[in-house]
Design a protein around this ligand. Sequence first.
Ligand code: HH2
Length: 266
Amino acid sequence: MGIVNVTPDSFADGGHHATAEQAVAHARRLIAEGADLIDIGGESTRPGAQPVAVEVERARVLPVVAALRAETGLPISVDTTKAEVAAAALAAGADMVNDVSAGRFDSAMLPLVAERGAAVVLMHMQGTPATMQQAPAYGDVVAEVAAFLAERAAAARSAGIDAERIWVDPGIGFGKRPEHNLALLAHLERLAALGFPVLVGASRKTFLGALGGEPVEARLAASLAAAVLAVAHGARAVRVHDVAPTRRAVAVADAVGYASRVAGTR
Ligand code: HH2
């Protein structure tokens, strides 16, 4: 999943693709690099980010969704917690809603996704983007994230969303200390065991910088390691800024995983 942030303030690439033209050009590059899916967002969810008004977010996202829909058959996802933004994006041709609140911030979100027959990503977050990194705390982070995702998936099912259209995501960096993120990556199998495909977004995130000290623009190597480990531990998709190198790295993880399954059946 290639990331297109149409925002002035995203943590990794804020302001780089702030106009619709720049964002569409960036999405084209990600598609050329081999993205299977494009995620378009108009509101930063970085720690401490302030909410964006619905009209502003819609105006950022819609032209990009519409322009891309006109030129690609690849699935398009809209990264939003607001049902009004999601509704407009789905009407403009998006296929999937990536909701970092897992349908909790807007009670109209899950019914909307059900009614449109769209897919949804349900992501775990402790707190809200404004407060989530103040004092994240867990007893057993993997068990708590798994229980949360199971509960949100059940809510999505009762809203009428088909099970095969539900994805789950541990929410790397969303109300988590570095050790929480590492434990989740190490035990993704326990989230995959819920029976839904797992998406992981570790690309360029702060916990990688905390390990090696790199600033955000120098976290490619660490991001590739995280993507490979995510896939090796059961992720079905990774949400990344750097599509071409991630594809190469993940292909190795996939091949090793396949070889080990084949060897295991002999
Ligand atoms: N991370 C970010 C945003 N959306 N969605 C999912 N499903 N999983 C994630 O891990 C995730 C997400 C944050 O990263 P980014 O979009 O690069 O930055 P910002 O929120 O500042 O726009």
